[in-house]
Design a protein. Structure first.
Length: 359
């Protein structure tokens, strides 16, 4: 079991359990280990293809990749139950996949096709799907925090036992929406989990110029909520910590703030060469690649052998290529449909649309 040091209400975890056979608090079956690995590799291959399509002029909008963040996106989303709600950010493609979004629809959104989640109205990562409980990503980083808190409280008021989860980067944790959302969540004991993706840089600004506190997880103490700090490149550790947080929040104990130390191995977006990141830092984090860590875990504990994992990789690469080709063959939206979906088109219970006129 990983050593824990309690500081106030902040739980600091050992950085990794790789190399040992842990007695997991939240057990995983062989199928779960396979699923976690598949989702991470699918995310990596899916995003690796994006810059190729981008340079070919086949995508609309910028390309934001989460290379190096796969374990964090996948492990956290895997900790949720089907009824729970998630609001991923721009480096959380793995969370979309875990929740049931498909490669084909995600590529369609990047290509502006009618069959994408936004039906060609928006590009790249600005999409959600409430049929699978995914709130769309909001470009104004930090805004997802109060939104997800509101969803958690609203669903609780309706009698639903759900947890909401969203993400924020290290840079976004300094804006007003982050603080207002967390303070309100703590006061109301919202069933809510916020994950800070500590990528070491807010675009080009290093952590030392962003905040003076030793750890972003320590901010949880000030809000009166539970805080945790984890190593974000170990999908097993991420899953265990997030599962613990989700169980805690669902039981009515209030929200949880999780700081996950990780590193985006690409620039802020595809046009950013990220030359501001020291070469030694990139080399250090390259040795902490989340997929390599998981492959080592699976083979060391004899859950899978190398040949089996290689076969999975081959299957996924074919699936990714086929999905991209399929998306490219799909039609763009018809110009006549441009006004569809601007306003809610269903019936309102009790027809309360003009009830304010009689007040």
């Amino acid at each position: 079991m990983a050593r824990k040091k309690v500081v106030g209400k902040t739980v600091k975890r050992a950085t990794s359990t790789a190399g040992k056979i842990p007695k997991l608090k939240y057990p995983l079956k062989k199928k779960d280990f396979e699923q976690l690995y598949r989702f991470m590799v699918t995310t990596r291959f899916y995003e690796d293809k994006l810059p190729i399509l981008y340079r070919q002029g086949k995508l609309f909008g910028g390309v934001y990749r989460g290379t190096g963040n796969e374990a964090l996106a996948v492990g956290s989303a895997y900790a949720l139950e089907p009824q729970d709600i998630i609001a991923p950010l721009h480096r959380d493609a793995g969370a979309h996949l875990v929740r049931g979004q498909t490669l084909k629809r995600m590529y369609c959104n990047f290509m502006g096709r009618a069959c994408g989640p936004t039906r060609g109205r928006d590009g790249n990562v600005h999409h959600g799907d409430m049929s699978i409980n995914i709130i769309g990503m909001i470009s104004h980083l930090g805004t997802s925090t109060p939104l997800a808190v509101g969803a958690a409280l609203g669903m609780r008021m309706q009698g639903h036992n759900i947890v909401t989860m969203t993400y924020i980067g290290d840079g976004g944790s300094s804006i007003g929406d982050f603080h207002e959302g967390l303070n309100f969540a703590a006061v109301r004991k919202a069933p809510f989990v916020l994950i800070i993706e500590n990528n070491q840089f807010a675009y080009s600004t290093p952590n030392r110029l962003q905040f003076a506190c030793e750890s972003l997880a320590d901010r949880a103490i000030g809000y009166g909520m539970r805080g945790m700090k984890i190593f974000g490149n170990d999908v097993i550790e991420v899953y265990q910590a997030c599962k613990e947080a989700v169980v805690w929040a669902r039981a009515g104990n209030g929200p949880v703030l999780i700081e996950a130390e990780t590193m985006r191995m690409r620039g802020h977006s595809e046009h950013d060469a990220h030359e501001y990141v020291p070469k030694e830092m990139l080399e250090e984090w390259a040795r902490k690649d989340p997929i390599a860590i998981n492959r080592n875990y699976l083979t060391k504990h004899k859950i899978f052998i190398v040949k089996q994992l290689d076969k999975i990789d081959e299957e996924i690469r074919r699936e990714v290529d086929e999905a991209a080709e399929w998306a490219e063959s799909q039609p763009f939206p018809e110009p006549e449909s441009v006004e569809e979906g601007v306003y809610y088109e269903g019936e309102i219970p009790g027809d309360r649309r003009l009830s304010w006129l009689s007040r």
